[in-house]
Design a protein around this ligand. Structure first.
Ligand SMILES: Nc1ncnc2c1ncn2[C@@H]1O[C@H](COP(=O)(O)OP(=O)(O)OP(=O)(O)O)[C@@H](O)[C@H]1O
Length: 425
């Protein structure tokens, strides 16, 4: 449907697009992503003829884009620009009706067909109830739906949107993308959006185009494009990519300060062993790993939420099959890791028969520094009639090397403090 052949574009002799080849099929939903100034908006403008490429050709339905008259083009393609300005205070109905302009003959007013189509798009975009409101009386999300409705009133085959959700809160963001997905699936509307939101784009678009300095760095499914390696190369950022269990699409989390290799080097001598389970360590495993501490964890059931995070981070794990008591072998393996570590962190996990050994083992290491999370009372986490509570009390009463911590957010600072004490000694 839309094809670009090696297009190049410069602003004031500065080459912004450096040979873009694209082929977009009818009914696709494409997300253009890339860092600031990578040329996303410039590409969208070249595709929509707001700007004309210096070199190369854009084809729309096999016809050269420049050969379309403005009216012809407006019937095929509609654009929702970034920060749409509407200078007059029109009401919603009049604004949406503006989309019918390419179809109206000079001097002739609105016809029944125009009214019918405007009503249809108002139904689809859920703007009917806003009909008589003035544009400046609308919320950001409502306003964006009206702008999209106006574009749809053009009855285009292809809709281009430049950051359609940039000023919207998460509810409206989802709402706008739900609407786009609906238009794409129900009406086979071809959609191309530019967005900074990697996760929204990954969730909704079937294909992503990742731009880097005016070139296409990667194209294809979200799983193919959104890799830690690609993001590192294009955004110069360290990220963690997990699968979103609901959308089954990649989910990107930025890891702050992870680029700082120096920190990783510095901390490499202070080993930490974590005892956790049930996702109680997820929050701090990332942070400790980021800070460069060599970590080990155990004993964890295979498939447990903490086990998954530890796997992703490449942490050494002592693991056990789910739903059975921890084996002797696993306990011994855990013991060895604790022996080698400089600090043990016990998360606020619940205890049952299956994992009581994870608590008991601490009694064997009275000299080892320990941080125990005490935010949730042991009573509530004890599912074995006070046995866990008994051991816990023994540890915190008799062990001089125990530090109780309530807030997980303070862990990193506490660990740094302990590391420094260790170094001084
Ligand atoms: N009208 C203009 N005149 C001169 N240079 C421009 C103009 N518009 C954009 N540029 C430059 O072109 C480059 C690409 O801009 P563009 O807006 O296409 O990037 P983008 O990827 O959409 O960026 P952002 O994510 O920040 O919106 C930038 O370096 C920008 O400064």
């Amino acid at each position: 449907m839309l094809k670009t052949n090696n297009i190049e574009f410069s602003y004031n002799q500065k080459n912004i697009l450096k040979g873009i080849d694209l082929q977009i099929n009818k009914g696709s939903f494409i997300g253009i992503i890339g860092p600031n100034a990578s040329g996303k908006s410039t590409l969208l403008k070249n595709i929509s003829r707001t700007l004309i490429a210096d070199k190369g050709t854009v084809y729309l339905d096999k016809k050269i884009l420049n050969e379309y008259s403005s009216l012809e083009l407006a019937k095929k393609m509609a654009v929702v620009p970034q920060n749409t300005e509407i200078s007059f205070n029109f009401n919603v109905y009049d604004i949406i009706m503006m989309g019918r302009h390419p179809y109206q003959k000079r001097w002739s007013g609105l016809n029944e067909e125009d009214k019918k189509i405007v009503k249809e798009v108002m139904v689809v975009t859920d703007t009917l109830k806003l009909k008589n409101k003035l544009i400046n009386e609308l919320s950001g999300g409502e306003r964006q739906r009206v702008i999209i409705a106006r574009a749809l009133a053009q009855k285009p085959d292809i809709l281009l949107l430049d950051e359609p959700t940039s000023n919207l809160d998460i509810n409206y963001q989802g709402e706008i993308y739900d609407l786009l997905k609906y238009l794409n699936q129900e009406f086979n509307l071809t959609i191309i959006t530019v967005s900074h939101d990697l996760n929204l784009t990954a969730q909704y678009c079937e294909e992503l185009l990742l731009l880097k300095e005016g070139e296409i760095f990667a194209a294809g499914s979200a799983a193919k494009v959104l890799t830690e390696e690609n993001i590192k190369k294009v955004y110069k950022a360290e990220v963690l990519i997990k699968m979103n269990p609901i959308s089954e699409k990649p989910f990107v989390t930025v890891i702050p300060e992870a680029n700082n290799k120096f920190r990783k080097e510095r901390y490499k001598d202070f080993k930490i062993h974590v005892i956790a389970g049930g996702g109680t360590a997820q929050n701090f495993l990332y942070k400790l790993d980021n800070a460069g501490y060599p970590l080990s964890i155990g004993v964890l059931n295979v498939g447990d939420a903490d086990w998954q995070v530890a796997k992703e981070l490449g942490i050494e794990i002592v693991e056990a099959p789910p739903f059975i008591d921890i084996s002797r072998k696993a306990i011994e393996k855990n013991r060895k890791l604790i022996q080698k570590s400089d600090l043990v962190i016990l998360s606020d996990l619940p205890f049952g028969h299956g994992n009581l050994a994870n608590l008991e083992i601490l009694l064997d290491f009275p000299k080892k520094k320990k941080v125990l999370f005490s935010n949730h009372s042991i009573k509530k986490r004890d599912y074995i009639e006070g046995k866990a509570e008994l051991i816990w009390n023994k540890i915190i009463m008799e062990d001089e090397n125990v530090i109780l911590l309530k807030d997980k957010n303070n862990l990193i600072n506490k660990v740094k403090e302990l590391e420094n004490v260790e170094m001084e000694m």
